[in-house]
Design a protein around this ligand. Structure first.
Ligand SMILES: CCCCCCCC(=O)SCCNC(=O)CCNC(=O)[C@H](O)C(C)(C)COP(=O)(O)OP(=O)(O)OC[C@H]1O[C@@H](n2cnc3c(N)ncnc32)[C@H](O)[C@@H]1OP(=O)(O)O
Length: 218
């Protein structure tokens, strides 16, 4: 935590926050929270992060940006809610459900047989030499692999392990085809596979284990 605005991030859930265990048990889907321009707000933050990644500000400009950001942070401080009622992660109408921490993806098909999505790694997902950081590739697989597991079992699971094979370079700012699916299930264990393609070229594939949470499990 920086400077003068200490923040208790562990804001307790309210009584009507429908959660149980490690993830929300009763996923109340709404596209209302955060208002009609929430997606544009998230997009502006992503664009800002793109600029930050490549900008070399003067001392004066850095100070100006710091002042502006302090004002914005103070504005958001007035509206912080617990994680269960934050729109980030539940806005199914937005790329990556409005979750700012994820590379933006859009789902084209999803069900018990798997998930098809298009992901775009942004400029701020740069690893080096103009291509995506491998960790960000793994994040895309983790979320979309978890989604394939969730759609199979109709409940939540946590990642046990996740192996990524980086087969070729993963470009930035390019729509990439992601597919994740349940390869097999043994009780609570869901063995998930996934691929990311740039056109016909395989960029990476995934082999993961997700474990369905028991009721109330953290
Ligand atoms: C739609 C949105 C999707 C979002 C998806 C995001 C998913 C995430 O990122 S989750 C965050 C990262 N993951 C974590 O933090 C998980 C941390 N670990 C845990 O909480 C626990 O270890 C947990 C819940 C995974 C499993 O614990 P528990 O419920 O006690 O199960 P446990 O009895 O140990 O294991 C169940 C089975 O899985 C096996 N198993 C567990 N972990 C592993 C592993 N890493 N490798 C291989 N097998 C494993 C066990 O051997 C056991 O097998 P069997 O039934 O054949 O004996």
């Amino acid at each position: 935590m920086t400077d003068s605005s200490p923040q208790d991030w562990n804001i307790p859930a309210k009584e009507d926050s429908p959660h149980e265990g490690g993830f929300r048990a009763d996923l109340k889907i709404t596209t209302e929270r955060g208002g009609p321009t929430y997606g544009e707000m998230i997009e502006q933050v992503r664009t800002f992060m793109d600029k930050v990644r490549y900008a070399c500000p003067t001392h004066e400009l850095a100070d100006e940006v710091i002042d502006d950001l302090k004002k914005l942070n103070a504005k958001l401080d007035t509206m912080l809610v617990d994680e269960w009622t934050s729109p980030s992660g539940t806005r199914v109408d937005l790329p990556s459900r409005g979750n700012i921490t994820l590379p933006p993806y859009e789902i084209s098909a999803g069900g018990p047989d798997g998930v098809d999505a298009t992901v775009i790694f942004r400029r701020f997902h740069l690893g080096g030499n103009g291509v995506a950081h491998g960790g960000h590739v793994a994040i895309a697989f983790d979320d979309l692999g978890g989604m394939a597991a969730a759609l199979r079992i109709g409940g939540v699971s946590r990642t046990g392990y996740l192996t990524v094979n980086y087969r070729s370079l993963t470009p930035l700012e390019t729509p990439l085809a992601v597919r994740t699916w349940v390869d097999r299930q043994e009780g609570r264990k869901l063995f998930i596979k996934g691929t990311i393609h740039d056109g016909d070229r395989l960029c990476a594939d995934m082999d993961a284990l997700f474990i369905a949470l028991k009721p109330g499990q953290a």
